[in-house]
Design a protein around this ligand. Sequence first.
Ligand SMILES: Cc1cc2nc3c(=O)[nH]c(=O)nc-3n(C[C@H](O)[C@H](O)[C@H](O)COP(=O)(O)O)c2cc1C
Length: 151
Amino acid sequence: MLMRELYRLIYLSHNEITGNSNCIHREIGDILAISRKLNADAGITGALMFNKNCFAQILEGAHHRIQETFERIQCDPRHSRVAILDFKPIQNRSFAHWSMAYVGQENLAAQEFMQIQKDSEFDMNRLTGETIFSLLRSHLYAAEQDNSCKV
Ligand SMILES: Cc1cc2nc3c(=O)[nH]c(=O)nc-3n(C[C@H](O)[C@H](O)[C@H](O)COP(=O)(O)O)c2cc1C
């Protein structure tokens, strides 16, 4: 049944958090704390990537749970121009260990993300869900293996 199936949603958005690095750090900390709590309750797993300009996020879980969560996320003034890249059924979770993994600006993946954005001339329409998915998955798996994932 559609509602019981696992889905994965991938989106990009523009950062609207301003201020110095302390302010940004605090806001991201707040986002992660609420995400991890509510996602755990809703059976959602995933990853959030941030650099100065953009967020990229992956949410995995039941269709209606993702919808409910994403409706709240979309209304959040800390970002804007939320663009869905992918929303499709999946066989298995790829981020099963994380209620919300985090890849921040200092991480190699976020730097690669910045380069990918530059290469696509910051045109969101030229970035695919697959690019975001591969980037986050490979970096989080590598970090998990060498146990150096900074959260
Ligand atoms: C980039 C970004 C990602 C977010 N990711 C999640 C998330 O994965 N799960 C979640 O419950 N809230 C997430 N939030 C926070 C929600 O927007 C919202 O503040 C939170 O769910 C609490 O909902 P409420 O303000 O309606 O009580 C995110 C916010 C931003 C800006």
